[in-house]
Design a binder for this molecule. Structure first.
Ligand code: SF4
Ligand code: SF4
Length: 149
């Protein structure tokens, strides 16, 4: 990967490896969401996808994630509309919006200790989808995302 690529190149010029390396591993995009069909509002739950390994905030089967979880979406620059539901802290969203990576981002900090100390990752509060019956999902709403447009 090129030195400090996240500061020197726009998103569309990143290599596949650099694109992957941008992910800070927070796991926030793996939290389940409920969309209100009438208002378009998106509620975020503290319930993580069944494949997320919560302590590490890593996907339990990254290579096969799309086959295993139909709702899992590939994050690409072309699918900009999806940036709406990503957290403001997300590296892809930050760079897309012209912001810089945070000082706590592993690429800046060298590892994920600062990210974890600041509670950016979901390991301290997420519960697995495997433990929450579907009829109880609404009890797990932790935020409702503002509608930007
Ligand atoms: S929210 Fe963004 S930075 Fe965090 S895990 Fe998902 S893609 Fe990576
Ligand atoms: S399949 Fe993996 S990457 Fe996709 S939402 Fe679930 S844990 Fe996250």
């Amino acid at each position: 990967m090129r030195e400090r690529f996240w500061e020197r190149y726009p998103l569309h010029e990143l290599t596949a490896e650099e694109w992957e390396a941008l992910c800070d591993g927070c796991g926030q995009c793996c939290l389940l969401k409920l969309e209100d069909a009438d208002t378009g509002q998106v509620a975020v739950l503290n319930v993580a996808c069944e494949l997320l390994d919560i302590p590490s905030c890593r996907c339990g089967d990254y290579a096969n994630r799309f086959a295993r979880v139909p709702g899992c979406t590939r994050l690409t620059l072309e699918r900009v509309e999806q940036f709406r539901w990503l957290p403001h802290s997300c590296a892809y969203r930050r760079l897309y919006e012209g912001r810089k990576l945070a000082a706590w981002h592993p690429l800046n900090a060298g590892d994920d200790r600062r990210l974890r100390r600041k509670g950016i990752d979901v390991s301290s509060f997420a519960v697995s989808q495997r433990e929450v019956p579907e009829e109880h999902l609404e009890d797990h709403i932790i935020a409702v995302l503002p509608i930007d447009d």
